[in-house]
Design a protein around this ligand. Structure first.
Ligand SMILES: O=C(O)CCC(=O)C(=O)O
Ligand SMILES: [Fe+2]
Length: 331
C-alpha cells in the first residue's frame, strides 16, 4: 500500500515522479519504502546484519560491558526501553545497540552534553565469537553511508515541500545520526496484557530509515487502525522510511510523524513442519538535525491558521525523549 520511492546515490538530480510520490506518501502516511541504488550499500547491508546477529549471540554478561548510559551508546538490554509507558506492562521485548558519529576526546566537536563523543565498540573478544575489528569497520562504514543517504533524502524532501533543494543542508552540518541494531526476542506479543516487541510511538527526529530482515512485525496506525507493513528484507537495499516529529513540526503537520509499533506473532507452536522461524532483526537509522537546530514552522507551511506547534530545540527534544523511554539513560 505504501509507495516505493527511488533514490540513486550517484545521480545529482531527482526524478519528478519520485518527488511527487514522496510528497503524497509524506502527507498521507508518513511512511514509504525507499529503494536506494548504490552498489556499496547493497554489498554492505548483509554484512551489517551478519555482524549484528553475531554480537547479540554473545552471553548477556559480555554484552552488558559495552554500554555508555551517559551518551546513550552501545548495548541496551531486553526490556530496558519502554516506548509506550501507558500501555506497556513491561519494556520492549528487544535488545539494541546504539552507534553514532565516533567523535574522540581530542576532536573539536567533542561535547558529551550535546551527545557528541566516542562510540562504544566491542573489544577483546575471542575472534571466533566476534571479530571486533571487522565489526567496527562494518558499522562505521554503514553509518557513514547512511549519512550520505540521509543527506540525499533531505534534499528530496525539500523538493517535495517546494523548497530549494539545499534548504535543510544548514541544519545537518553535524547531524545527530544514530544507527541502532535491534534484536527482538521470540516472546509473543500480548496486546491485552501490555507485552509488545516495541510499544506504539512516533519517532522523534527528521527521518528514520529502517532496514529489516524478512520477518513481519511492524505496524502503523492509519485511520484508527493498525496496518501491517510488509517486511521488505534488506537484500535489495530497500528501507522502510518514516518521518519523525521534527519534520512534522517543521511542516506544520503537513508531513506526518505516524505512530508505529512492533508486534511479534511467533511462538514455539509456529508451523512445526517448516523450519522454526528466526528471531526478528532490524536496524533503524535515525537522521536528526544538529543539536542546536531550532525547529520551527517553515514559513511556506504556515497557511492561514498559523503555526500549530511551538518551536523546539532538536537536541533538547531528543534528550527529553531518551529520558522518558530509557531506564538506563542517565545523562
Ligand atoms: O524494528 C522495527 O521495525 C521498528 C523499530 C522502531 O520503530 C524504532 O526503533 O523506532
Ligand atoms: Fe520507531
Amino acid at each position: 500500500m505504501i509507495p516505493t520511492v527511488r533514490l540513486n546515490l550517484s545521480q545529482s538530480s531527482f526524478n519528478a515522479r519520485d518527488v511527487e510520490l514522496l510528497r503524497n506518501a509524506c502527507k498521507s502516511y508518513g511512511f514509504f519504502y525507499l529503494h536506494v541504488q548504490d552498489d556499496e550499500l547493497k554489498r554492505l547491508l548483509p554484512r551489517v546484519f551478519e555482524q549484528s546477529e553475531k554480537f547479540f549471540a554473545l552471553p548477556i554478561e559480555i554484552k552488558k560491558k559495552f554500554s555508555d548510559g551517559i551518551m546513550n551508546r552501545g548495548y541496551t538490554a531486553m526490556e530496558e526501553e519502554t516506548l509506550d509507558t501507558e500501555k506497556q506492562s513491561k519494556g520492549d521485548t528487544k535488545e539494541g545497540y546504539y552507534i553514532a558519529e565516533d567523535v574522540s576526546k581530542d576532536d573539536a566537536r567533542y561535547n558529551p552534553a550535546k551527545l557528541s563523543g566516542p562510540n562504544v565498540y566491542p573489544t577483546n573478544l575471542p575472534e571466533e565469537n566476534l571479530d571486533c575489528i571487522e565489526w567496527k569497520r562494518t558499522m562505521d562504514l554503514y553509518h557513514s553511508k547512511m549519512k550520505q543517504v540521509g543527506n540525499s533524502l533531505a534534499r528530496l524532501i525539500a523538493l517535495a515541500l517546494d523548497l530549494e533543494e539545499s534548504y535543510f543542508d544548514e541544519y545537518f552540518q553535524n547531524p545527530l545520526a544514530v544507527l541502532r541494531l535491534l534484536h527482538y526476542s521470540d516472546e509473543k506479543s500480548d496486546i491485552d496484557n501490555g507485552v509488545y516487541g516495541c510499544g506504539a510511538h512516533s519517532d522523534y527526529g527528521f527521518v528514520t530509515l529502517l532496514a529489516t530482515d524478512d520477518n513481519p512485525g511492524l505496524q502503523i496506525y492509519l485511520n484508527d487502525e493498525w496496518i501491517d507493513v510488509a517486511p521488505i528484507g534488506y537484500a535489495n537495499s530497500t528501507f522502510v522510511v518514516n518521518l519523525g516529529d521534527m519534520l512534522e513540526r517543521w511542516t506544520n503537520g503537513l508531513f506526518k510523524s505516524t505512530l508505529h509499533r512492533v508486534i511479534i506473532k511467533t511462538n514455539e507452536t509456529d508451523d512445526l513442519n517448516s523450519k522454526r522461524r528466526r528471531d526478528r532483526y532490524s536496524i533503524p537509522f535515525f537522521y536528526e538535525p544538529d543539536f542546536d537546530t531550532l525547529v520551527e514552522c517553515i514559513s511556506t507551511c504556515e497557511g492561514k491558521g498559523g503555526a500549530k506547534y511551538s518551536p523546539i530545540k532538536s537536541g533538547e527534544y531528543l534528550l527529553n525523549k531518551y529520558h522518558q523511554t530509557h531506564s538506563d539513560f542517565n545523562s
